[in-house]
Design a protein around this ligand. Structure first.
Ligand SMILES: Nc1ncnc2c1ncn2[C@@H]1O[C@H](COP(=O)(O)OP(=O)(O)OP(=O)(O)O)[C@@H](O)[C@H]1O
Ligand SMILES: [Mg+2]
Length: 333
């Protein structure tokens, strides 16, 4: 099985609303596809179709080598799903939840117990394991949910917004758990609103909007579509900004120098990488410009997302709710 998830022209209509308008996806085995899209784009609908929970109206899909419409039982035997909303039983303890699901997967009483203990340990839930799961925090529930989806040792895992609502430390811990699965050869399809998450985890990203894939590629490829790296320079004394611009005009053609007065910085495109950086540093030094910040800015997935979906309203656009500024990747030089 070289391709673990394959979708061709998937369509789904809910009472007059077209949620999927022909989705094509192809995920090589052992890789991570990040599915990125604003609210209502069709991410959860696509996951539900691919995990056999919902029948498509058109198109076809194969997961782990089996057709989702024709061989749903074969597909289910090979997949794990963590939904957008946690699916654990609130009255049962974490351990009971996992043991129950293990028994549903026919691990046997002993096998299910052992596997539950192993997963509680791996997900740092051993201490909380014997408390009813309604006493868990959101992050603990998400971890329990992910543990539950791994009970059957699936070949393909679907994670629908696995880290929404998690604090940064829990998010990073969950990323580590996902990476560990990928190292074992598991294929992952993950939907997310967090561009950074897609950037961190995904080998390839599919951006969907209004039920269609509007862009697809490796994170770096997508970022290149919105332009290359830029050098950003700010000066200790704002009055020196003009001098900095004049100086940088000796490194790149004058019309490529952009002065962002409100931001208090000058930027130039880097066409010759390190050589441009060295030339700029030397020229600024020689001209006596006192530099405060000297950094290379790579386009972020935010830039990609905004340019693709044409959204400038940050409250609507997908971004980390804890930051108001676009997340920018900065490499200090
Ligand atoms: N059961 C349903 N009945 C009617 N319309 C639905 C149903 N489920 C989803 N939709 C509609 O289909 C579209 C896609 O929904 P979906 O849940 O797949 O989006 P999403 O990308 O997962 O969004 P979010 O980021 O908010 O989770 C939305 O417009 C939604 O209102
Ligand atoms: Mg959703």
């Amino acid at each position: 099985m070289d391709v673990a998830i394959e979708a061709e022209g998937l369509r789904k209509r809910y009472r007059g609303h077209e949620a999927l308008r022909g989705i094509d996806l192809s995920v090589p085995a052992g890789t991570v596809l990040g599915v990125l899209g604003p609210n209502g784009a069709g991410k959860t609908t696509a996951v539900r179709v691919l995990t056999t929970l919902l029948a498509a109206d058109g198109g076809r899909a194969r997961v782990a080598g089996f057709d989702v419409a024709e061989q749903p039982a074969e597909v289910r035997r090979r997949i794990g799903l963590t939904g957008q909303y946690a699916a654990v039983d609130e009255l049962l303890t974490g351990r009971e939840n996992l043991t129950l699901i293990g028994r549903l997967h026919r691990l046997g009483r002993k096998g299910a117990k052992a596997k539950a203990a192993e997963l509680l340990d791996r997900f740092d839930l051993t201490e909380a394991g014997d408390r009813p799961s309604h006493t868990y925090s959101g992050g603990m529930r998400r971890r329990l949910d992910l543990a539950a989806s791994l009970l059957s040792e699936p070949q393909v895992i679907f994670l629908d917004e696995p880290t929404t609502g998690l604090d940064p430390a829990s998010r990073i811990a969950l990323w580590g758990m996902v990476r560990a699965q990928v190292e074992r050869g598991v294929t992952v399809l993950l939907t997310t609103q967090y561009l950074e998450e897609a950037d961190q985890l995904a080998d390839r990203i599919a951006v969907i909007e209004a039920g269609r894939v509007i862009a697809e590629g490796a994170p770096a490829e997508l970022k290149r579509t919105v332009g290359g790296e830029r050098l950003e320079v700010s000066t200790v004394d704002p009055a020196q900004l003009g001098l900095a611009a004049e100086t940088l005009a000796k490194v790149v053609p004058e019309d490529r120098v952009v002065v962002e007065e409100n931001e208090g910085r000058v930027t130039i495109p880097l066409t010759d990488g390190v050589r441009d950086i060295a030339a700029a540093a030397a020229a600024l030094e020689a001209a006596g410009v006192e530099v405060q910040d000297f950094s290379v800015r790579r386009p972020s997935l935010d830039d990609v997302f905004l340019s693709l979906t044409g959204r400038s309203d940050r409250s609507e656009a997908a971004t980390d709710p804890t930051t108001t500024e676009p997340v920018q990747e900065r490499t200090a030089v």
